[in-house]
Structure formats: C-alpha cells, structure tokens
Design a protein around this ligand. Structure first.
Ligand SMILES: [Zn+2]
Length: 388
C-alpha cells in the first residue's frame, strides 16, 4: 500500500525537468440549456518553453445506453453519434504560462470528452480526459422489445467533471468518488442551481489557494462530479428526495443539496449513499460544502463542542473514550498526549492544536490528525479500485 501510494505521489511532486505542466478545464462546468462552452488549457515549461498546445475533443449525443437490442436505460450515460474536433495553438517556445481555447456550441443532450497536450521541443505531457454534459438533459429513453419499442420518462446523471475518455454505463467508477449535486426546492430555477454549482466546485478542485482545499486540489483526479435533476429538499437536518432526484442519486457515492435560503447545514455520517446540504450564498460556501462532505463522503464526525460527535470513518476521528483515542493514536503514529475530550460530551479526539476542517470554520483549516489518517486510508481504497 505504501509503495503504491508512493508511486502515485512521486510523479506528482517530483515531476521531470523539462516536462510541461498542463491543466485543462471547461467553462461553464455545467449548464442544462444551449450555450457556448469553452475548453481552456494552460501549460508551463520554463527550460525549453512551450511550442504547442493541442485540445482534442469528442462531441456526441448523451443517451441512457438503451440502444439496439433489449436493455434497460441506465443512470450513467453513454454517447452516440460521436465526432472529433479540436484546436492546435503554436507558440515560440514560450517559457511563461500559455493558454489555448476551444469554443464549442452545445445544444440538446451533448456529451463532450476532451484532453489537452502540451509540447516543448523535447517533451510532451497530456491532461487526463474529462467528460461533461451540456444542453437540455435527456428526459426519456426508448426500450426495445422483440415486439416493438416503448418510450419511458427517464433521467440520467449529468456529468460535470467525469474523469473518463470512454463514457458508458459500463465504465468502471470503483476507483472514483462520485460526488453528486442536486438543487434544493428553494432554488429559483435549475439555471440558478448550475450557476451556484460552479463557484462551489471550481475553488475546491482548481482555483482556491487556501489550505482547506489543498487535499481536494491535489487529489482532484479521484473525484467525479455529477449534477442531478430536481426533487431534493433540505431544511436543517431533514432531507428528502423525490423523483427524479431520488432515482438518479443512486448513481452517486454522496449527494450535496445546494440551497440559497439560510438554515444551518447538516449531513448524514455516511460511507456511501449519504447526503448533506450546502448553502451557496455564504462567503465561505466551499468550506461549508467540504465540511459537510467530510460527514457524508468520508464518515467523519464533528470535532467541535455541540456538533454531531460521532464517526464511522477508518480510523474514527471521534471516539468514545480516552483509552480508545490513545490506542488509535498509537496505531497511527500520533502523540497520545494530544487526546482531549470534546467539551464534556464523553467523546474524544486527537488535537494537534492546528485548525482542522471538522472543527474550525476557517479557510486556513486542513484535515489533521485522525481525520487526515481517515482520508489517507480512503484514498488508498480508491487507488486500489474500491473507494466504497
Ligand atoms: Zn459538521
């Protein structure tokens, strides 16, 4: 396990002298109507300079995978009628960051996959493939029988950032954390939901510079991000899911209900199939989203006084006794002297005194002590092909 992790980490942090660094992202991340989508790739290489960036894209129609022959429609989409497009940008061996863009006009039920490659005179590097949906979503599917075809109402999960070059219901997602987002009943429109989704997700995985988002930015390739249809409703710690959200969220490892009305956010303590709420118009909305995800994606408990001080993570970040905290801490190489009771709750945690995301509502928080160990273990499971 350690070796495997090391072999993943080394290329990330060591890199190779002269190898370009390349990232690519599409904008907007998701919009369920006709729109202009722009894929932008940025590359840097300071020794030889960037000579070329290419963006290759495949665009086709999103389907529910129920094509010819009898097959039930799927929640994870397929693509049909795919065609390739792309752009090549050339540069005079530029040693500062350069960018290249591919605009796409997206209409009903588009499914796009892209990958960007940067070249110097000597080396090249590519970004991992990303698949996303755009345009009006699928709302019905055809099921073929020997005696004919019927059409049924149907919705699929809508890929926002799906890390695959082969979109299909058969694509293995075991090594990914499939994080779904659905609108709350208080969202004025679906467009308002997709507009609010972007400034929640983009900082967490790409653009934020605070320490709370370091883990998600470093490990972003482990996450698939999905949007779901309406039907979700949260208020305080009560969450309900009606169709079609209730059906589609079965495809997710955890679901965030995005809302605008003010209420205190809350989440289930889950390792698969959980959900929580996140208010999009808070100044620190991405932080709150990540804290709630600590509960519903990673099974972590609150470490602050008065929170939900129970945990199902591995190891638990909140335990029932001082002795249990000390033995867990010893197992994971943490000082037993850091074991402290959470107020007078009778529950215990390992506290190194630094801001930690399950306790301290500040952008300088991080996953620390037993929370950090639990996330490391979860990541190992993903790398071994079974996040959940
Ligand atoms: Zn909490």
């Amino acid at each position: 396990m350690r070796l495997l992790l090391l072999s993943v980490l080394l290329p990330l942090f060591a890199g190779c002298a002269g190898t370009p660094r390349i990232t690519a992202i599409h904008d907007p991340l998701y919009r369920a109507e006709n729109h202009s989508s722009t894929i932008t790739a940025r590359a840097t290489e300071t020794r030889d300079g960037i000579a070329e960036i290419t963006i290759e894209a495949v665009v086709g129609e999103l389907t529910a995978c129920s094509g010819s022959g009898f097959s039930l429609p799927s929640l994870i989409p397929c693509r049909t009628g795919a065609s390739a497009t792309g752009v090549v940008c050339t540069f005079a061996n530029v040693k500062t960051e350069v960018a290249c863009s591919l605009p796409l006009g997206l209409t009903d039920r588009r499914l796009v996959t892209y990958r960007a490659t940067a070249r110097t005179a000597r080396r090249s590097a590519s970004s991992p493939s990303v698949t996303y949906a755009g345009g009006a979503p699928l709302t019905q599917a055809r099921i073929a029988f020997p005696f004919g075809t019927i059409t049924v109402p149907w919705e699929t999960a809508r890929p926002v950032i799906w890390r695959t070059d082969a979109p299909s219901s058969a694509t293995d997602r075991g090594d990914k954390i499939d994080w779904g987002f659905v609108p709350d009943a208080d969202m004025p429109t679906y467009r308002a939901f997709t507009d609010d989704l972007q400034p929640m997700v983009l900082p967490l995985f790409y653009t934020d510079t605070n320490s709370f988002s370091t883990w998600t930015r470093v490990w972003k390739d482990v996450f698939n991000v999905w949007a779901g249809p309406t039907g979700g409703d949260g208020e305080g710690c009560t969450r309900t899911f009606a169709a079609p959200a209730s059906t589609v969220r079965a495809a997710f490892d955890g679901t965030a209900i995005l809302h605008r009305n003010a209420f205190r956010d809350c989440a289930s303590i889950s390792l698969g199939g959980g959900a929580g709420t996140a208010q999009t118009n808070l100044a620190d909305a991405p932080w709150v989203l990540l804290h709630e995800a600590g509960h519903f994606l990673f099974g972590l408990g609150d470490e602050y006084v008065g929170g939900g001080n129970s945990s199902i993570s591995d190891p638990k970040n909140v335990v029932g006794s001082k002795g249990s905290c000390e033995s867990t801490s010893t197992t994971f190489g943490l000082p037993t002297s850091q074991c402290v009771q959470i107020g007078s709750s009778g529950t215990w945690r390992n506290d190194d005194g630094q801001d930690t995301t399950m306790e301290d509502r500040t952008l300088s928080s991080d996953w620390r002590t037993l929370s950090s160990k639990a996330l490391g273990n979860h990541l190992s499971k993903c790398i071994n092909g079974a996040c959940y």
